[in-house]
Design a protein around this ligand. Structure first.
Ligand SMILES: Cc1ncc(COP(=O)(O)O)c(C=O)c1O
Length: 364
């Protein structure tokens, strides 16, 4: 039998030193950590939907009769409904277990070890993470001070043979969008351009109509944010038709479980209710932005999303983050070279904003 040490030696060497992705924790874990009941936890760290999912989702899942059967591997009903929702053909669509799975599948389709993937940090951590897992080479082109993309540097990185570029629009964690003229500049290239529109329903800006014109454009979306289905893991992509065929082939056959397929379908049937909660979140974002500004020691960046990034001007971001945690309020803290002393605050319900602002005032 092989020793544990020799077993370790069999692991792909490039994965041994790879940094782990730092995920957010669920409410029960957070509540135990701070010794407060779960209902006292105010979770503003995951850009989740504070209003939860549609009631129709809960009722239909309770009545669903086919949990003992495998779900449709071709996701036909869901893709049909998504085609109607997005205005493209069913042949352009594939759903994944969260858009996270689609990021991974796209990279596995295009990236051989050593191939370049352009990443524009600060941005969503799954792009470099999944590139690393595939053995690809992350080519980092940092965003500018206002978090817009550095266009000449990005084009230069793409021209050096990068196979894929990821652009989140709105970007997480900065909340800004990348405009269509900028994306068009990147589309006129040999690189696969992935526009991640996880927060589309809050920004209203989409590149989906361009997929018919550009054979190198992929747009990703998710039900995690606007539809309140983060826990069920449903995302989808709008792809050139020839790419769907290959992704369908390499994905796990039953990648979207039955409950997730039903929940996504019911969400699309309850769209007018969900649009109401999206509007409530957008209104609350503006109120939160104003209240944060009144504090005088936080600089908030304009957001087209369901979260707000703030720089803590007195350099006490870590202490503020900890102090909020003690009071049961969880936000995301960043202290990286590109994001010094920053907090990202997801938009909650009005009572969450009030509790957060009261806590911040106590800590000034
Ligand atoms: C830009 C971006 N893309 C994708 C995701 C992940 O979405 P999903 O829950 O569908 O995997 C997130 C989640 O925070 C995100 O911020």
């Amino acid at each position: 039998m092989i020793s544990p040490e020799d077993m370790e030696k069999l692991i792909r060497s490039e994965l041994k030193d790879m940094p782990a992705y730092i995920p957010i924790e669920p409410t029960d874990v957070l509540s135990r950590r701070i010794n407060l009941p779960e209902e006292n936890v105010i979770k503003l760290d995951g850009n989740e939907n504070p209003y939860g999912c549609s009631l129709r989702v809960k009722q239909t899942l309770a009545d669903y009769a086919y949990y003992h059967l495998y779900p449709d591997p071709e996701q036909r009903e869901l893709r049909k409904a998504l085609a109607k929702y997005t205005g493209v053909s069913i042949e352009n669509i594939l759903a994944g277990s969260g858009s996270d799975e689609l990021i991974d599948l796209i990279l596995r389709l295009f990236i051989r070890p050593g191939d370049g993937v352009v990443n524009c940090p600060p941005t969503f951590g799954m792009y470099p993470f999944s590139t690393d897992v595939c053995g690809g080479k992350v080519v980092s082109v940092p965003r500018q001070q206002d978090f817009s993309i550095d266009i000449p540097a990005t084009k230069k990185a793409m021209a050096k043979g990068a196979k894929v570029i990821f652009i989140a629009s709105p970007n997480n964690p900065s909340g800004n969008i990348t405009s269509e003229p900028v994306i068009l500049e990147f589309l006129n290239s040999d690189t696969v351009v992935v526009i991640d529109e996880a927060y589309f329903e809050f920004s209203g800006e989409t590149m989906v109509p361009l997929v018919a014109k550009y054979s190198n454009l992929i747009v990703l979306r998710t039900f995690s944010k606007w539809a309140g289905l983060a826990g069920l893991r449903v995302g989808y992509g709008i792809f050139p038709v020839n790419i769907v065929k290959h992704l369908m082939k390499i994905k796990q056959p039953y990648n979207i479980n039955a409950a997730a397929q039903v929940a996504a379908l019911e969400s699309l049937k309850d769209i007018s209710h969900l649009r109401g909660t999206i509007k409530a979140i957008i209104n609350e974002r503006e109120r939160l932005m104003a209240r944060l500004g009144q504090l005088g020691w936080l600089k908030s960046y304009p957001s087209r999303s369901n979260f707000i990034l703030c720089s803590v001007l007195n350099g006490r971001a870590r202490a503020i983050h900890k102090g909020l945690q003690k009071r049961g309020i969880f936000v995301r803290y960043f202290d990286t070279p590109l994001l010094k002393d920053c907090l990202r605050i997801s938009v909650g319900k009005p009572e969450h904003t009030d509790a957060l602002i009261a806590a911040l005032k106590e800590m000034r």
